[in-house]
Design a protein. Structure first.
Length: 309
């Protein structure tokens, strides 16, 4: 049988209905099919301008001589992970995400680093901060086990890097995630979420009011000191930047808005609070409503004249 692949339906049409998750993942339960997806990546690395890959090119890359056998496995991927086009085949969005997950080691990577002491300390007890990374989870605590920072980072990001660099990356990812959530979008599955602020009784929670959100679709949760809501405010971002301390370049637990914000409850139903924090020489005061929105914000210039009015 020759390598020419023929179809009776032309290009793949858009699916009218969602694919059952069990069926989709069952299609990946074969090493040959995973190799086919990886062959797409290898081809595009070698041919960046190529938008599609020919049937024969894929077959030879995977190393299967029997064209019929290869076609069978390719067809199992079609519709969900691969689609037919005029010039051959191409990955769908789902196929690309699978390859990215394989490269990132999301499901297969096992990397461990630390613990390593940082040139930083816990604001609650003054003991040194320590970071460790275990199979996708980065955690920073102090010698008294006070939680300082916790975030998920794919194992591939930890290969050939230091824990200091990994914390910087995780901080950037955390800020981006919380900014999406603050805008009402789940950073994990992109479903709608409703961020809020809530009162807590435990001092271990890091303050009397917390920023909180939970996705009803994927059950992802977010919980942070209420001062976090100021991180995405343009005036606060600008203030840190002008002081030579961009938010993404600092340890999360050392940011004043995260760690040193004073809270005053203005109303309880609905909840409304006033936040007060000094960033460098600038006093920042903000009112935050129950939906975790900054209703108003005032920056009072300090001796360096850097504040916003």
């Amino acid at each position: 049988m020759n390598d020419a692949e023929t179809t009776t339906d032309g290009n793949d049409a858009f699916a009218a209905e969602d694919v059952d998750p069990a069926d989709a993942f069952a299609a990946l339960g074969n090493s040959t099919r995973v190799e086919i997806l990886q062959a797409f990546r290898e081809h595009h690395l070698a041919n960046p301008a190529a938008s599609a890959v020919a049937f024969s090119t894929l077959r030879k890359a995977v190393g299967i001589r029997d064209s019929g056998q290869f076609r069978y496995h390719l067809e199992q991927l079609r519709g969900t992970f691969v689609e037919k086009c005029d010039d051959g085949y191409r990955l769908t969005y789902a196929g690309s995400k699978v390859i990215n997950a394989i490269i990132a080691g999301t499901y297969t990577g096992r990397t461990r680093l630390g613990p390593v002491a940082f040139d930083s300390s816990c604001s609650r007890c003054g003991t040194a901060a320590h970071a460790s990374y275990r199979d996708g989870v980065l955690e920073v605590t102090c010698e008294n086990d006070h939680p300082l920072f916790y975030w998920s980072v794919p194992p591939n990001a930890a290969v050939g890097t230091s824990l200091e660099e990994l914390v910087e990356l995780a901080t950037t990812l955390a800020v981006q995630s919380y900014e999406l959530v603050a805008d009402g979008i789940c950073s994990e599955c992109y479903s709608p979420v409703e961020p809020t602020i809530r009162t807590v009784d435990s001092e271990d929670a890091g303050g009397s009011v917390r920023f909180s959100a939970r996705c009803r679709a994927c059950a992802a949760t977010w919980d942070a000191p209420v001062g976090f809501v100021l991180l995405g405010h343009p005036q606060v971002e600008s203030l840190y930047h002008r002081q030579g301390r961009p938010i993404g370049g600092q340890y999360w637990w050392e940011l004043e808005v995260v760690d040193r914000t004073e809270i005053a409850v203005l109303e309880t139903d609905p909840l409304r609070v006033r936040l007060s924090v000094t960033i460098g020489d600038t006093a920042v005061r903000a009112t935050v409503d129950e939906s975790a929105r900054v209703a108003d914000l005032d920056c009072s210039a300090g001796t360096d004249g850097s504040g916003d009015n």
